[in-house]
Design a protein around this ligand. Sequence first.
Ligand code: PMP
Length: 294
Amino acid sequence: FDKRDGFIWFNGELVPWADAKIHVLTHGLHYASCVFEGCRMYGGEIFKLREHSERLIRSAEILGFEIPYSVEEIDAACIAAVRAQKLTDGYLRPVAWRGSEMMGVSAQKNKINFAVAAWEWPSYFDPEQRKKGIRLDIAKYKRPSPETAPSMAKAAGLYMICTISKHAAENRGYADALMYDYRGYVAEATGANIFFVKDGVIHTPKPDCFLDGITRQTVVELAKARGYEILERHIMPDELPTFSECFITGTAAEVTPVGEIGPHRYTPGQITATLFGDYMAAVNPKQAAKAASA
Ligand code: PMP
């Protein structure tokens, strides 16, 4: 991934992709003093860019550091990064971290670095699997309590258990894993929020110890606009067999139907299909208008 052509926006400059490097003693690498975003661009527009830039700044504040760029400058860096790659559709990764000036847990004076890379990334899951509904394993690790970790930050450190869980799931033949929270409630997948359907009503875990994803918020609004009843509540694992449909949401995952969670089976149905269509229309209104008039 580090040997591509093109440029990465790095501390105020467009640097050739392969030269966008950091030192091995980077604090963000050793102590996870790092926050990031994931955005998608559709038809030349970055979806909800401002919300992502604002969340990045908030995540950094939660970790006790200030990104040395304003929200407008972060937006502009994202736009410069996709332009440099000549992308109209793709994924963007803004990332901010403490540098390598001092080594040790404390690094109050280390430089705060900021970079944005962008690349083509059509589907987060295998398109065939995605149509049928992906298969989720159940993760061993639990989403931590907000008293144990800064759960509302999109912080690199919180992804340690996500990568372990996703690898374990993949090694057992699953696409991803469902994580429970520290209380045992159903929480989310390793990089996406989760929704269920039962008797025409949508149920989704209350985001009180994991990210209330920008996609999740968008899908909640779209569901309400459709007049669907939607309940944000604590969901116990013993309810998993009672749901008929299930899908996950995230910037990378978009709206992805789930066909299995461990021993439980779901059939992507009308509500999943409707919200999938509404989400794709919301992220790419130009294409939706073209498709509607064709
Ligand atoms: N939870 C986790 C752990 C994630 O990594 C993501 C992806 N950022 C989400 C939820 C969904 O967030 P969003 O819809 O803002 O991409």
